[in-house]
Design a protein around this ligand. Sequence first.
Ligand SMILES: Cc1cc2nc3c(=O)[nH]c(=O)nc-3n(C[C@H](O)[C@H](O)[C@H](O)COP(=O)(O)OP(=O)(O)OC[C@H]3O[C@@H](n4cnc5c(N)ncnc54)[C@H](O)[C@@H]3O)c2cc1C
Length: 506
Amino acid sequence: MEQQLNTNQALDLFILGGGINGAGVARDASGRGASVMLCEKDDLAEGTSSRTTKFIHGGLRYLEQFEFSLVRKSLIEREVILNIAPHVSFPLRLIFINNNKIRNPLLIRTGLFVYDHLGGRRSMPSTDRVNLASSPEGLEVKERYSSGYGYWDVWTDDARMVVLNAKDARRNGAVIRTRTEFIGAEPHEDHWVVSIRDRTTGTLERIRARILFDATGPWLKSNSGKFTGLDRPGDLKLVQGSHIILRKWWRGSHAYVLQHADRRIVFVVPYLDDLAVVGTTERHLEGPIEEASILPSEQDYLLDILNSHFKRQFGPADVVSSYSGVRPLFGRDDRKGLSRVTRDYHLDMTMVNGKLPIVSAYGGKLTTYRVLAEDVLDLLGPHLPNAGTPWTAGKPLPGGDVPQGDFNGWYGEFARNYGFLDEPLLRHLGTTYGTEALDVLDGVRDKSDLGRCFGGHFHEREAYWLAEHEMAKFADDFLFRRTKHGLFLSSEERDDFEIWLNSNSL
Ligand SMILES: Cc1cc2nc3c(=O)[nH]c(=O)nc-3n(C[C@H](O)[C@H](O)[C@H](O)COP(=O)(O)OP(=O)(O)OC[C@H]3O[C@@H](n4cnc5c(N)ncnc54)[C@H](O)[C@@H]3O)c2cc1C
């Protein structure tokens, strides 16, 4: 499946980083006919892009900072993502719990009114008032919280969004190299010479490319010195945010929004049927980005806010798992505090030696990756004269091409056709691969055709397919980024899978 490079010609575009922004630009640019290569030092989405709250959202709280244009752009994206990725995204109802001591509910109501009307909402209902004392949504909430608002945003599988973008880019002819580190770029007459190193074999390679796009997110600063001739402007703050995963304890598919005494808000979100994700925290990163992990004080912060809102009380033993991501925030104003630095992205284009472009993306959100990609290609327009026009808003990501955009209708038929398989397994396949689940199950006539089960719903058939079609190489690629099977396998089962993987050299 690996694409071949035409080594006689310089590539149009070389992309550093396989998070959502790198993968999104690779998809867009390759679909416009540009020759593209992307290198990722680890696995696709191994950085920030698999460690988010998993919302495609306008960001209600950004209204407090008067970021109307960011909120509008993001709200519009909710509808776009629901259309192009109906298998890995869905509308989610959130219950915002009122607390007069922290925010005036009237202010919240006004904010939600603006939120409802700012961004072309079509697929989601409008905000409603919720009486927590009498509605099912209030059953688990402490009595002192008697009212709230129900509003809607979109949930998505962040890591799969990255993989699907990279996969589509590949189908458009882009070369995607994982476990391949960018180690330097030198300007030559009319092209860059980019040095990369395959981290599994140690092989060094030099690639010629006319344009560079740096999508290394939090690593932007640490990679800066690797470009000869580049003097980078801008200021990047690195902020760690952590989430905890617990067993879900309330009935219903809605999420909760809790207000902390420090005015931050914390989301409590249903996750994979019977789990819940709670987050996020916010603190200046100390130490290497790769080693970011939850601190006891962050876990306490999240457990405390749960305990002050819910009747059920939680302790460290309830935490099933946790993850931490590093947010690269763009901005200089230290007086604002971390929560108040803009979440919008900033694109910087520098012409090295007056003619070799390098574009760097600072900050941003998962939600706006597609618009960011369009903006990057807009900026590069004069340097890519033959590139086509924007196209990604109307074309489904792999597996998202369900008839009439009706995912539930498609899923019903899929589940009927494979009635001999367990429903949870079918749901996993349908909501992970969409229409490509048919390819995963090609030729399966009986459960035994799925091969060995590694635990949960994870079978050999799926592992082979992921290795062949989704660039999965190491155990965690399969267990935690292409899927979330890892959360449902015991540590022995995960070890057994790794042994199987190594012995099969997929
Ligand atoms: C806690 C938290 C929660 C969030 N929640 C949300 C949310 O709910 N909704 C939302 O819209 N946004 C959210 N965000 C923001 C969102 O996660 C980021 O905007 C987005 O993931 C940034 O993607 P990226 O591609 O720029 O960076 P990354 O995903 O970090 O990708 C950069 C990649 O570059 C690679 N790299 C670095 N150096 C090199 C090198 N030398 N060679 C090759 N590769 C290299 C890294 O390995 C990495 O994979 C959240 C962020 C955090 C931290």
